[in-house]
Design a protein around this ligand. Structure first.
Ligand SMILES: [Zn+2]
Length: 218
């Protein structure tokens, strides 16, 4: 039994595994979140097309620091996607710069400079830039090819919950825009049923696929 089994993330994952039911409009939700030409994170990357890690050459290396939330988040995502998505590398962590993969960094979450009053307990960035993704994160086939840094907890010591840690891994796997079930509206659970459905759907699609509904929302 996981110490996180009472969290919304854990319980909604169990619901997904039991029912495996995609909510209505999941493709439109995913198109807006991952394909959107508007989103602040993903708009510059292959707009209108699927962007994700390609797993055919093996799972994504994850450089883990010793953190139970991150370890449990990775295990839960593997379980829901029903395949080994992550290859855990423990130990030197940030001292090793992977060619591609995820680096979990604790106490370095960096907020949006436009909203400095907001406490930021998690974000995903390139390794060099605290808030942005490297321009070449996504190749022309829609595959993630650069390291991403999953930043958890604020430098001032504000701790992310387990749900929030799972949420950041969702961003690192390709979910851009928030949606109901993924941190929207403000104050709603960081991840809920639609999160798992969107993540499963994203990893059923192939990198570079064109979204049918790639038009901007009205
Ligand atoms: Zn978010």
């Amino acid at each position: 039994m996981s110490e996180f089994s009472a969290t919304v993330a854990f319980r909604s994952a169990e619901r997904w595994l039991r029912d495996k039911r995609f909510p209505e409009g999941i493709d439109a939700i995913l198109s807006r979140s991952n394909g959107s030409p508007q989103h602040s994170n993903l708009k510059s990357f292959l707009p209108g097309r699927v962007k994700r890690w390609a797993l055919d050459a093996g799972p994504i290396p994850v450089f883990l620091t010793n953190d139970r939330r991150a370890e449990a988040a990775v295990a839960l995502i593997d379980k829901v996607l029903e395949r080994p998505v992550f290859n855990l590398v423990r130990g030197p962590g940030r001292a090793v710069i992977p060619r591609a993969g995820l680096v979990v960094s604790l106490g370095t979450a960096a907020g949006n400079p436009a909203e400095p009053h907001e406490i930021c307990i998690g974000n995903v960035s390139g390794l060099g830039d605290e808030t942005g993704w490297d321009d070449d994160t996504v190749d022309e086939q829609g595959r993630f090819r650069r390291p991403l840094c999953v930043r958890i907890d604020s430098p001032a010591g504000h701790r992310a919950t387990f749900d929030q840690v799972v949420h950041e891994f969702g961003h690192a796997l390709g979910l851009g825009d928030h949606f109901p079930g993924f941190g929207k509206p403000q104050g709603a659970p960081a991840v809920d049923d639609a999160f798992w459905a969107a993540l499963v759907r994203l990893y059923q699609l192939s990198p570079g696929d064109e979204y049918a509904d790639a038009s901007p929302p009205a």
